[in-house]
Every structure is written in C-alpha cells, then in structure tokens.
Design a protein around this ligand. Structure first.
Ligand SMILES: Nc1ncnc2c1ncn2[C@@H]1O[C@H](COP(=O)(O)OP(=O)(O)OP(=O)(O)O)[C@@H](O)[C@H]1O
Ligand SMILES: [Mg+2]
Length: 364
C-alpha cells in the first residue's frame, strides 16, 4: 500500500509554473527524502502535501483518500520546520501538548503523552523550561516532540536541521533515523544536503528545476546516476566529469582525456565519434594498477588530509580531477604521485548533449 501518492502534480504561482508534473509513490512506513538545489521546488511540493499550498493540477492521496480539497488540519500530517516555530511563552511540556490541547484531548491523556514523548526524545528534565533557555538541538527535539505526540499518519520535514552546527546536525540526523526505525511513521523529508539525503533515506528523490530527475535508493543513486546532474549532486565530493569522444579499437571502447586513454566498461554502446561526458567517482580512483585499469597521468596540486583518507586535488590535462585515497593517516608518500589508475568497470558514460547516462546498470 502506498501511503502518499502524488499524481501529475503541478504548481503555478500566477502565470509562473514552478512544479512541472511530479509523480511519486511513498510506501507506508517509508522514509523518502526530496533533495535538490535551492529553488527546485522541494518546499513547494512538501507544502502541497501538507495542504499549506494549493495544488494547481494533479491529485494527492494519503492512504487512498483524495486530499486536494482537505484542510491541512484534517490531513493527519505533522510538519517540522527549519525554524521550529515554538511558542516562546510556553514551556516545553506546553509546547509539546499544544496540538493536543486545541484538539480538546483529555487532560490525563495529554499528561501521559507528554511524558512518553519526552522520554523518547530525552526531554524529561527540560519540561518546565522555555524555548529561550534550551540549546538549538533541544529546541529541535521539542519541535519533533510536538509532531510525534499527535501520532500522525505522515511526518513532513522541511530542512529541520539547517539551523544547527555541523556536529549537532550529524547527531540529530542519527536521532531522526533512530526515531523512524522505532516509530515507523511514513516520512517525507526535504533537504538540499545530499549527505542528509544519503544517510536518512530509504529512497531519495532528486529534483531539478521543478521536475524529478531520479528516484532510487541512496546506493542506486550513487552507483547508477541517470544523468550528469545526479552524478554531480550525489556524492561528496561529487563525481568527476570529463568531456570526450567515444573511440573503439581492438581493446574495446575508450575515451582519451588529456592524453590518457580511459577504458570504458563493455556496457557502453559502440558509437565511435559520439561526444560524451565520462564520470569517475573520486572513491574509485586507485593508486595501484589492477585488472582492467587505465593508467592516467595526473598533475597533483594539493593534498588535503582528512584523517584516514585524503582528498587529492589534481588535473588531467586542463581538467580538474579529485581523488579520494585511503591513507590510514600517512600522506607523506603522496606528494610525488604522477599516475593513478581508473577501473574501467566504474566509469559512467553520459551523452554530452542531454546528460543522460548511456550505461545504466539494472537496479539492484
Ligand atoms: N509564493 C510564491 N510566489 C511565487 N513564486 C514562489 C512562491 N513560493 C515559491 N516560489 C518559487 O517557486 C520555486 C520553488 O521554490 P521552493 O521554495 O519550493 O524551493 P526549494 O527547493 O524549497 O528551495 P530551497 O532549497 O531554497 O528552500 C522558486 O523559484 C520560488 O521562487
Ligand atoms: Mg525550501
């Protein structure tokens, strides 16, 4: 059963169309993350699901019930925003209880719900405090508490962690996923941070300019991007991309980049002369040669040690080339590096004109 279904959804603000026909089925208990650059329509899509924006065209159903004309408060969605939207004059307990109180839930039920939610979120000792006297992470948890306490059918999150510093963000991210594992509430989560998307999602929806570019599991998007857009958005750092021309010789398909012949996987359709963009993930460049690898001469420009691994900033010909190497803490041997190896099987090939991938592997 699909909990939330968007069918041919369009959004227009006056004459300007910003969402151009979105189709998405979110399964019950699934955690789906909408990710994409600023202005691509993530919040607008989420707000249409919540009922905070009218749907210009198309249908939205939640548990098979048509929602287009249903008021936000009757959709059984709970939304968590970036700015938390807590009531400053109410304490934590009152903030959590607010939604229940306006729904006239009985006092003793409210009291036990507050205790239960506070327990889940580690807020028990803060129940008497006002939001101003809490840390950013604690405020975030109160906002979550207010959503959880209603036992909604669907959680909607719009960049809930972007006001937190990097460390707290990583911590709250894990807490949100743990909470999901425990409660199993169907969740749709908006972010422009691909790391959040990769770590939280059962499935990721990559949006680009009001359209869905690709839907898949985090690993599917990482291994099998359908386009240069997805390849350049998912991964940190993203996939290296080089322009080239397909060639075919006795050894198979290849592209020559900055004088180096890069062997391509045999899943690339034979089409000599075709202009392509090849994609090489920083993680799949090897410092040692191996079976079916292409040696590539590089100019190393900068080594950034990250601890157990390092980022190597290099160039092939004129093009920048970023390599992630496992170093186990020792980068001394890297300074003289002049050659790396690219495994043919890991190279992606995209059409240079429309950016579509030419060697898509079957979804695992
Ligand atoms: N009320 C509005 N009137 C006119 N245009 C709007 C309105 N709200 C949003 N837009 C436009 O719709 C597009 C999508 O906006 P949206 O807020 O959904 O982007 P987003 O993907 O959430 O971006 P961000 O990551 O910056 O939050 C943008 O071009 C925005 O300017
Ligand atoms: Mg937004």
């Amino acid at each position: 059963m699909s909990a939330v279904v968007l069918k041919d959804i369009y959004k227009r603000f006056g004459a300007i169309q910003v969402v151009h026909g979105i189709n998405l089925e979110v399964a019950a208990h699934e955690f789906v993350v909408l990710v994409g650059p600023s202005g691509c329509g993530k919040s607008t899509t989420l707000r249409m699901i919540a009922g905070l924006e009218e749907i210009s065209e198309g249908t939205l159903t939640i548990d098979d019930r048509m929602m287009n004309r249903i008021a936000p408060k009757d959709r059984d969605c709970a939304m968590v925003f970036q700015n938390y939207a807590l009531y400053p004059h109410l304490n934590v307990a009152e903030n959590i209880a607010f939604g229940l109180r306006i729904r006239r839930v009985k006092k003793d039920v409210i009291a036990s719900s507050i205790m239960e939610v506070a327990e889940i979120l580690g807020l028990t000792e803060f129940l008497d405090r006002r939001p101003a006297d809490l840390s950013g992470g604690q405020r975030q948890r109160v906002a979550m508490g207010r959503a959880i306490v209603r036992h909604p059918k669907v959680f909607l999150f719009d960049e809930p962690l972007s006001n937190l510093d990097a460390k707290l963000r990583a911590q709250m991210r894990a807490e949100i996923r743990r909470l999901h594992n425990r409660l199993g509430v169907t969740s749709i989560y908006v972010t422009h941070d691909q790391v959040e998307a990769m770590t939280l999602a059962d499935r990721i929806v990559v949006m680009n300019d009001g359209r869905i570019e690709q839907i898949g599991t985090p690993m599917d998007l990482f291994m099998n991007p359908v386009s240069t857009f997805v390849a350049g958005f998912i991964g940190s750092p993203p996939m290296n991309q080089f322009k080239g021309t397909l060639a075919n010789d006795a050894e198979g398909a290849s592209v020559t980049i900055g004088g180096a012949r890069i062997s391509l996987p045999d899943t690339v359709p034979s089409d000599p002369g075709r202009e392509v963009i090849i994609g090489i993930r920083p993680e799949y460049v090897s410092l040692a040669s191996g079976e079916a690898t292409s040696p590539v001469a590089i100019k190393l420009d900068l080594v950034e040690p990250l601890g157990s691994e390092a980022l190597l900033h290099a160039t092939i010909g004129e093009d920048p080339f970023i390599i992630k190497a496992e170093t186990f803490g020792d980068v001394s041997h890297l300074s003289g590096l002049t050659e790396v190896h690219v495994p043919a099987a890991m190279v992606k090939v995209f059409d240079a004109e429309n950016g579509h991938v030419l060697n898509r592997e079957p979804t695992r």
